[in-house]
Design a protein around this ligand. Structure first.
Ligand SMILES: Cc1ncc(COP(=O)(O)O)c(C=O)c1O
Length: 271
């Protein structure tokens, strides 16, 4: 089939560039002693997720249960649902995901949600891996850092079917701060909330084996955070990354090449 014969709209991925970007980011994260769990919100595509895992990612993040269902059904493992799963309908669907992929992780930021998850998972005869979601300035989700987060962690520990694994903190608002030094300063300040919470968890003997966060726009800043174990970078392949990231990220940094494009007749449209 030629380009002109493609039924449109069509999403085209330049595989060479995709793989180059992916390997470059995987090497960058591994060199810092961290893991990569890319956010799949930008592609929502199991085939891309599989390739990300093949390139060294520990798994992928998804934003919500319906995305986890698609990934789990396609055999993608080690999913992290980065937004709280609340209410009986979604929790019922989460149980379906867990039956397929038992190591799936969820995040919590409220005791009521901890209790409803604990009850549902117990009734289903399953166990569930849980991270405490900390608000690192985005004011979208997350419990306040420090003692409120520790107290929520204790709620998780009190549920026999919930397995506390660590923390999540996503400071995406820092990604668009112009100027590398200013971006680094802002990001460090907000992510310090997560690092301090990690210290408190450790002090109380609570699990911190996974401390996850990080954004595309701070990929070369988050790696310096000692307590962060993995990065959730989403824009590993798309042109959107080039457009959204203040460039150059740092003097001398190579620009990431965006391989994703969509064509539409009669005129060509690039996403
Ligand atoms: C929790 C979480 N992690 C990671 C990401 C990916 O961030 P970015 O697009 O900055 O790479 C998002 C994006 O919204 C997110 O909500």
């Amino acid at each position: 089939m030629t380009r002109a014969e493609l039924p449109t709209p069509a999403l085209l991925l330049d595989l060479d560039r995709f793989e180059r970007n992916l390997q470059k980011m995987a090497a960058h994260v591994t060199a810092a002693g961290k893991k990569l769990r890319p956010h799949s919100k930008t592609h929502k595509c199991p085939e891309i997720a599989r390739r990300q895992v093949a390139a060294g990612a520990v798994g992928v993040c998804v934003a919500k249960v319906s995305e986890a269902e698609v990934m789990a059904a396609a055999g993608v493992r080690n999913l992290l649902i980065t937004t709280e799963v609340v209410g009986p309908e979604k929790i019922g669907r989460l149980l379906g995901v867990l039956r397929r992929q038992p190591e799936t992780l969820v995040v919590v930021d409220h005791p009521d949600n901890v209790h409803e998850l604990g009850r549902a998972v117990k009734e289903a005869g399953l166990v569930l891996n849980v991270l405490v979601d900390v608000d690192v300035g985005g004011r979208r989700t997350g419990v306040q850092p420090g003692e409120p987060a520790r107290d929520l962690g204790r709620e998780v520990l009190a549920q026999p079917t919930l397995h506390l694994r660590g923390l999540q903190g996503y400071a995406g608002h820092c990604a668009h701060v112009m100027g590398f030094e200013e971006r680094r300063r802002t990001s460090k300040r907000w992510m310090n909330r997560l690092m301090k919470t990690r210290e408190l968890f450790e002090k109380h003997g609570m699990a911190v084996e996974i401390v996850t966060g990080g954004s595309s726009g701070t990929f070369n800043i988050d790696v310096d955070l000692e307590g962060l174990t993995e990065l959730q970078i989403a824009h590993l392949f798309g042109n959107g990354f080039l457009q959204s990231l203040p460039q150059p990220a740092r003097e001398g940094d190579a620009r990431w090449q965006g391989p994703l494009s969509s064509t539409q007749r009669p005129s060509s449209v690039h996403l």
